[in-house]
Design a protein around this ligand. Sequence first.
Ligand SMILES: Cc1cc2nc3c(=O)[nH]c(=O)nc-3n(C[C@H](O)[C@H](O)[C@H](O)COP(=O)(O)O)c2cc1C
Length: 223
Amino acid sequence: MDDGDHGTTVRAWLRGIEVFAGPLPEFDPERAPADPTRLFVSWLAEAVRDGLRDPHAMTLSTVDEAGDPDARVLILKGVDARGWQFAGHGFSPKGRQLAVHARAALTFYWPEHGRQIRLRGAVAPGSAEDNAADFLSRSTTARAESLIGRQSQYLADTVERDQALEKSLALIEGEPALVDSAWTLYTLAPTEVEFWQAAKSRVHTRLRYERTEHGWERFRLWS
Ligand SMILES: Cc1cc2nc3c(=O)[nH]c(=O)nc-3n(C[C@H](O)[C@H](O)[C@H](O)COP(=O)(O)O)c2cc1C
């Protein structure tokens, strides 16, 4: 890129990037299972089977007290009949946002498969037992960072950070079962789950599951 008209250069450069290069898998919504959890797990399994990078990374979108949206990437911790699980610090911005407005969206994107999955629903914190089990499954450094409890605050001094980390690591060494009570395993129970499959023809396929009082209903969507 030159230093001149960045806007024009960037636009031309972006237009030249191929999307949905494929080869893309087939998706027949007529044969989709009645439960979106099963379809999600099968798409995730295909992503893992084909060696896609970080297939369990997803975007968590929340809103803050003022109603302003926020989003960040997290790791999917589990999927079961209750919903989709992710974990984070209760005093982080996302934790505080979820405490005020316990609803969120999750978005997965698997570029090599041209697949996107979107979920929306209520979010509930885990039991103290589940939160502790998830905390203890994390790496020592991740636990030490969590115990410092300053995620997303301004970092003015990396020496201060390194000293705090050292202190926190020493604390864990002395008490390996130490749990940060603010660490939370959240579950998003979706009311909507949408599966989006790209096609080379650009006639993409969309299938949305909506939870009703009778169970899940399925709807095709225009792309
Ligand atoms: C691939 C990837 C995985 C991540 N996994 C997590 C996670 O599981 N939990 C978490 O709290 N942060 C995770 N992060 C960091 C978050 O994106 C974010 O920076 C952090 O949680 C602070 O967000 P907040 O300020 O909105 O609370 C991950 C980041 C990336 C890029």
